[in-house]
Design a protein around this ligand. Structure first.
Ligand code: 5GP
Ligand code: ZN
Length: 136
């Protein structure tokens, strides 16, 4: 099946490009969550975190940092969210890894709906840390 983001990299599909280097391409999201919402993708296809070459991940973050920091120099942008959805249950819809760069404005009301964090006891956090350490 054709990957729409690979097609954008190949210029077989149109996009509004913000930035490009050897490893990554950044372009405007076609359905922006906020004004200026853009995506940074590795040029080399990788479905998600497990397949992503760490160097490509670094290049994505480097580009997102540069673009996000540049946006913060304008009076139009009060903050930035960087977000990667990995897996359909995390909201991933396009299975070519990508980092969202989402400009935020004071009071825009965007948030993770349904999240209501509590503060678990230290022992619970220690157990959680041990469980993740065991996977690494
Ligand atoms: P995900 O939910 O996978 O993290 O995000 C996929 C994003 O890709 C969505 O925000 C969606 O609007 C964007 N998108 C999907 N198809 C296209 C496309 O053809 N061109 C562009 N520029 N963005 C797309
Ligand atoms: Zn792809």
């Amino acid at each position: 099946m054709i990957c729409i983001f690979c097609a954008i990299v190949a210029r077989d599909a149109e996009s509004s490009i913000v930035y490009e280097d050897d490893a990554v391409l950044a372009f405007m999201d076609i359905r922006p969550i906020t004004r200026g919402h853009l995506l940074v993708i590795p040029k080399r296809h990788a479905e998600g975190l497990a397949e992503l070459d760490p160097a490509d991940g670094g290049a994505m973050y480097r580009a997102a940092r540069t673009i996000g920091a540049a946006l913060r120099t304008t009076s139009d942008v009060d903050g930035i969210n960087l977000l990667q959805a990995d897996g359909a249950d995390a909201g991933q819809e396009v299975f070519h890894a990508h980092l969202h760069v989402i400009p935020r404005r004071r009071g825009d009301g965007i948030g993770l709906s349904g999240a209501s964090p509590t503060m678990p006891p230290r022992a619970v956090l220690d157990d959680a840390a041990a469980a993740v350490r065991a996977l690494l």
